[in-house]
Design a protein around this ligand. Structure first.
Ligand code: ATP
Length: 770
């Protein structure tokens, strides 16, 4: 006899967060795809306790359009009854009556604690149901083991063990958007703003917003300021004003305290900044409390991706679980989705709050993940520029050249700014090489203002949130500029190290410089590349700066297009994306908007493929009731095929549809490079750039004149590989990992997501070649 189909339920609980809908969609569709029945429990634990209509089986098309909606469409609530055993008994009864075997819960640490409690009590809850005659022994028999998997949905990013919670980057985006607006008016009037953001126990939002916007001062619960914070903050603000800065931004988390546990309020900060007495700053100061706008709006691309991938992983975890499996939650570490023990994470999270309460702040910081402490260091570096505290001895100070190569990408300026700040704080001299190798090669004379010049902090300080590349960028390779000439210039300017930011051309340039070291001793200086390109095609990393900004632009574009397609009901939009010969952004955007098909250069396009997809579209439209919102999207990378482009595919679909539905092409073009870089790109730019500076600094001064370093890492690429942030020698990458003709890595981790995009988009499995 065939085993009964597994019934998997999903629910959202606690505070809502953007990306929860992506979770629900992914769980429902993956469960159905795996041959299970999918259920939604509406209104969090309230729904579980009350049952009835609040527990519903879901069909494939009922979660259409979920990706682009904010909040949670299946509702959430705080449920007092679930804290008490009788409430949990009722919940268990409803689970059994609906035949639910497994529960996937997306919520904060409270919700996940409740979930674990429910599971640990499960056998006794069933016993009670039988002993009180509410259910019979045979009714409960098939449900002896309750399977629970947690997903962390929270805007605070407060759960230990995961780098990001579903929703935190959307909230951070909203905050940064607001701060960016405020900055313009602050600078115009030379004002100070105190901005209060959410975070009662966790300062992640405040800290990262501070890093992304280049705020002057940040107050967070984990690292409270000393009793002398008044003097400290005023000293920092005074110093920044003395550089000539016209605006002052202070970000304060709701839960910020001083070391004695006294709350620090925005009013106190304002009064201090506005103090007109002698020695006071006397700044025209305003307070802005961001409040619930931080929760609002649709999810950014990252949260949609995180919610989707974790939802898929949660269903897999449910299906693979045995009675002995420990309850897990799904985490992300750097770029890797992993299962981790749930209770350990909840306990660690609680111990952070406890450590803060007990004023053990070092412990609180150490319990947060490495990204958090790295970003705290970033914040200190960029706000304490030009203080003497961390300066190195004269003989260790280096002259570091900065160069951007390739097309502009979001986060390039933030990276340069952070690295410049690091240099100033350590006493190094940061020197900008303007307009890439072309600018370097063709500049003449020793003019102080020209293609090569020392950075001025006042100018650079304003670059935290700027798009494009302020020092210019150019695609020319050193071989095209003349390698000997470049080597001579490097010698002439006495660079001790080179910091490069850019995409595949930058990688190629670094490889050329490394190879030319043999001939030109001046090139035997340490060099590092921080990958930045929307195409995300640099070997040595799974993530490049700018790719997140690009994805967000594309997702916003697609959402709008999809809405218009839905309004006319029967339309397929074929959208052409950039990305060179890498299908990364097309695939990830497809994941984030729910594309019906994605065409990428790695797979090409065949007649068979088109035939299958068009036939499928015809079937889908034929089955549409007419009531459902039926706009559909197909994404095609610009180089997916030398024959079929967006226009041609749209025409083929239109012709095949015989008037039953329509098709149009749409090309967003350079919009994809983005305006203001996303906070993720900005924050990662800062963190990675500082790591690059530390790496270069490790080689010390004048390595070229002393024969140069033989360490392969002296010419390397920084990148995220799985769960780690690492440097990889360019030599290793260029020889083993680079597909040179196609200008991309030989193996790309993201290709593993192709199946998920297709499954969740409802594309026929046989559409793509094996
Ligand atoms: P947020 O991050 O928004 O605070 P959260 O999940 O931590 O989200 P809570 O209000 O703490 O939000 O919890 C949500 C619900 O989970 C509660 O209303 C309650 O029903 C259930 N819950 C929380 N803690 C427990 C617990 N210890 N035992 C049983 N149920 C709990």
């Amino acid at each position: 006899m065939e085993a009964p189909r597994k019934k998997i339920a999903v629910m959202t609980s606690g505070g809502d967060s953007p990306g929860m809908n992506a979770v629900v969609r992914a769980v429902v569709r993956t469960a159905i795809h795996m041959g299970c029945d999918a259920f939604c429990i509406y209104e969090g634990y309230e729904g579980l306790v009350k049952g009835g209509d609040l527990i519903r089986q879901m069909g494939w098309s009922e979660v259409r359009g979920y990706l682009s909606e904010g909040g949670t469409l299946i509702g959430t609530a705080r449920c007092m009854e679930f804290y008490e055993r009788p409430g949990r008994v009722r919940a268990a009864k409803n689970m059994v009556l609906n035949g639910i075997d497994a529960l996937i819960i997306c919520g904060g640490d409270g919700s996940l604690t409740g979930a674990d409690r429910f599971r640990s009590e499960w056998p006794s809850l069933l016993e009670e149901l039988v002993s009180t005659g509410q259910l019979t022994a045979s009714q409960v028999k098939p449900y002896k083991h309750l399977n629970i998997v947690g997903l962390v949905g929270s805007i605070d990013n407060d759960l230990s063990g995961t780098d990001a919670t579903i929703g935190c980057y959307s909230a951070l985006s909203r905050i940064c958007e607001m701060v960016d607006y405020i900055e313009a008016t602050a600078a115009s009037h030379s004002r100070a703003f105190v901005i209060e953001v959410m975070g009662r126990h966790c300062g992640w939002l405040a800290l990262l917003a501070g890093v992304a916007t280049g705020a002057d001062f940040v107050f967070i619960p984990e690292r409270p300021v000393s009793e002398c914070w008044h003097e400290e903050m005023c000293a920092v603000v005074k110093r920044h004003r003395a550089f000539g800065k016209r605006k002052t931004i202070v970000i304060v988390a709701e839960g910020a305290n001083d070391k004695d546990g006294n709350k620090i309020t925005p009013e106190q900060i304002k009064n201090l900044l506005a103090d007109k007495s002698e020695g006071g700053l006397a700044l025209d100061t305003r307070i802005t409390t961001l409040g619930h706008v931080q929760r609002g709006g649709t999810a950014v691309a990252y949260d949609r991706m995180l919610g989707t991938l974790q939802g898929v992983e949660a269903v897999k975890a449910v299906l693979e679980a045995t009675p002995e499996t420990e309850t897990c939650f799904i985490a992300i570490n750097e770029n890797k989705i992993v299962r981790k023990p749930l209770m350990k994470a909840v306990e660690e999270t609680k111990s952070v709050a406890k450590a803060v309460e007990e004023k053990q702040f070092d412990k609180a910081m150490s319990l947060r993940d490495t990204e958090f402490s790295d970003q705290y260091k970033s914040y200190l570096t960029t706000t304490n520029v030009k203080t003497d505290e961390h300066k190195l001895p004269e003989k260790e100070r280096m002259r570091i050249g900065f160069i951007n190569v390739g097309a502009p990408a979001g986060g390039m300026n933030a990276a340069v700014r952070a690295a410049v700040a690091y240099c100033f704080s350590r006493g190094h001299t940061p020197i900008g090489i303007y307009n890439g190798f072309a600018g370097f090669a063709r500049h003449h004379g020793d003019k102080p203002v020209g293609a090569v010049r020392e950075f001025d902090w006042l100018e650079v300080d304003g670059w935290a949130s700027k798009g494009g590349s302020e020092i210019g960028t150019n695609r020319e390779l050193p071989s095209e500029s003349g390698m000997e000439h470049i080597a001579n210039l490097i010698a002439k300017y006495e660079f001790d190290a080179l910091f490069m930011v850019g995409g595949f051309e930058a990688f190629h340039a670094l490889s050329q410089l490394r190879i030319a070291r043999e001939t030109f001793p001046s090139l035997r200086i340490p060099m590092v590349l921080l990958p930045a390109t929307i195409s995300n095609n640099v070997p040595g990393t799974e993530y490049s700066l700018g790719s997140d900004t690009c994805l967000n632009e594309l997702v916003q574009y697609c959402d709008k297009i999809k809405q218009s397609a839905s309004a006319t009901r029967r339309r397929v939009f074929v959208i052409e994306t950039q990305g060179g010969r890498s299908g990364y952004i097309a695939t990830l955007a497809g994941l984030a908007v729910g594309a019906s098909a994605v065409y990428i250069p790695e797979e090409g396009i065949s007649l068979d493929m088109l035939n299958t997809d068009v036939t499928h579209l015809k079937k889908v439209f034929a089955e549409d009731t007419g009531q459902s919102r039926a706009g559909r999207l197909i994404l095609i990378n610009e180089k997916a095929s030398s024959v079929y482009d967006a226009k041609l595919i749209a025409r083929i679909i239109r012709d095949e549809a015989h008037g039953r539905f329509e098709s149009r092409e749409s090309i967003p073009g350079h919009v994809q490079q983005g305006g203001v870089p996303s906070p993720m790109d900005r924050c990662r730019a800062v963190r990675h750039a500082i790591k690059c500076m530390e790496h270069l600094q490790g080689y010390g001064r004048r390595t070229a004149t002393t024969g140069g370093s033989t360490d392969p890492l002296s010419a390397s690429v920084i990148g995220i590989k799985g769960s780690e942030l690492v440097f990889t020698p360019v030599q290793e990458l260029e020889q083993d990992e680079t597909d040179w003709p196609n200008r991309r890595p030989k193996l790309s981790e993201w290709l593993k997501m192709r199946d998920i995009v297709d499954v969740l988009g409802g594309r026929p499995q046989h559409a793509r070649p094996e």
